[in-house]
Write a protein that binds this ligand. Structure first.
Ligand code: GTP
Ligand code: MG
Length: 370
């Protein structure tokens, strides 16, 4: 479900209730032991306690007609895999994607550090693959967690001269939690001091045993810089995707997830959406979290204007009334009026939930924490 009581939440975290209540107060929520809190609130409190939590994959979006729509997923067709690249800071995630795309994103990044999720689709032998880049810096845990939620496959990048580091371990945990297949790219094999076997050894400490050592973890040695091993890696990605039998109905109303968003001075709210079901078209009306809009313009990952996008394709869109939050789900609805009505209803629901949390809990709080 969408809500959890403070007590259940504390139990899940393995923390004393009083500590969780304190963390909630610090994030501005007065909640008692039996108070129900939503995921966003829980996430803030968990962050305060330095614990990462991840929303379950099939989380209900709260749209009443969504269940019915899901039944309409009848014409299932093969769709491109969504592959997220994860790993410790500076281990070469963006460089690897640059090598795959034959582009140079790394050079344009501030301080060489990725601060957002980049989304790209490439075509190999007529097969599309969508890649999401994620930041390795420790500050971006929530972004990595989001990446792990929408992805079909993870490429875990481990620098062969550095081995498994804290954010490598974090990424492994995200994959396990989301139950996503993982391919390990052992990168920087061109560097002096690179030790492929040492990386494989360290992986075993996380229960990941390389195929060549009798396990089932695919490890591909690569050099993003020298562009070595890239074809092998892509072959493994396509093979894994084949096994997963990824399918979607492209003939239904579009639905998917906000990858990133911003307020552009000239263009207004801009959002990068990953279409997961159906086809999104210019002119469609969508509900996104508690905002909405009618798509005025749509661009592909190369900034080219496009008119429609099917499953697994990332697009940038204009036309939303407000900036949505990364991680928000979006759904196409009948028309803009419907979208606005549903967005307003959600806003009212959110507000009243916040208020009832404030009211009930003050007494609750004093009776519980003493
Ligand atoms: P964050 O996004 O900040 O987490 O970093 P990242 O994992 O995307 O690393 P990035 O691709 O920015 O690369 C970090 C540094 O490692 C850069 O200076 C790259 O040139 C270098 N690098 C990446 N791959 C290789 C490689 O295969 N060999 C060598 N020698 N250097 C590499
Ligand atoms: Mg990067």
């Amino acid at each position: 479900g969408e809500f959890i009581t403070v007590k259940e939440f504390a139990d899940k975290l393995g923390k004393p209730v009083a500590e969780v209540i304190k963390a909630l107060i610090f994030t501005g929520i007065m909640a008692g032991i039996n108070q129900e809190i939503d995921f966003e609130t829980a996430e803030k409190a968990a962050k305060r306690l330095e614990i990462d939590i991840v929303k379950s994959k099939d989380d209900a979006s709260g749209i009443s007609d969504e269940k019915e729509e899901d039944l309409l997923d009848v014409n299932l067709e093969k769709r491109p895999p969504i592959v997220t690249v994860m790993g410790h800071v500076d281990h070469g995630k963006t460089s690897l994607l640059d090598a795959i795309r034959k582009a140079k994103v790394t050079e344009s990044e501030a301080g060489g550090i990725t601060q957002h999720i980049g989304a790209y689709t490439i075509t190999i032998n007529g097969e599309k693959i969508t890649f999401l880049d994620t930041p390795g810096h420790e500050a971006f845990t929530a972004m990595r967690a989001r990446g792990a939620q929408v992805t079909d496959i993870v490429i875990l990048v481990v620098a062969a001269d550095d081995g498994i580091m804290p954010q490598t371990a974090e990424a492994i945990n995200h994959c396990k939690a989301a139950n996503v297949p993982m391919i390990v790219a052992i990168n920087k094999i061109d560097v002096e001091g690179a030790n492929i076997d040492k990386v494989k050894q360290e992986l075993t400490e996380y229960g990941l045993v390389a195929e060549e050592w009798g396990g089932d973890t695919i490890c591909v040695p690569v050099s993003a810089k020298q562009r070595m091993g890239i074809d092998d890696l892509l072959e493994m990605v396509l093979l894994t995707a084949e096994v997963e039998e990824l399918k979607a109905d492209s003939n239904r109303r579009a639905a998917g997830t906000v990858i990133e968003s911003e307020l552009d001075k000239g263009r207004g709210p801009v959002a990068t959406l990953l279409v997961q079901k159906g086809t999104l078209n210019v002119g469609d009306s969508i509900l996104v979290g508690s905002t909405y809009g009618r798509i005025r313009a749509m661009f592909d990952d190369k900034g080219k204007k496009i008119k429609s996008a099917g499953p697994s394709i990332p697009v940038e869109i204009l036309g939303l009334s407000e900036v949505p939050q990364a991680g928000d789900k979006f759904h196409e609805v009948k028309d803009e009026k419907t979208a606005r009505g549903m967005a307003e209803a959600r806003k009212i629901k959110e507000k009243s939930l916040q208020q009832s949390t404030m009211r009930v809990s003050l007494e609750d709080l004093y009776s519980q924490v003493k």
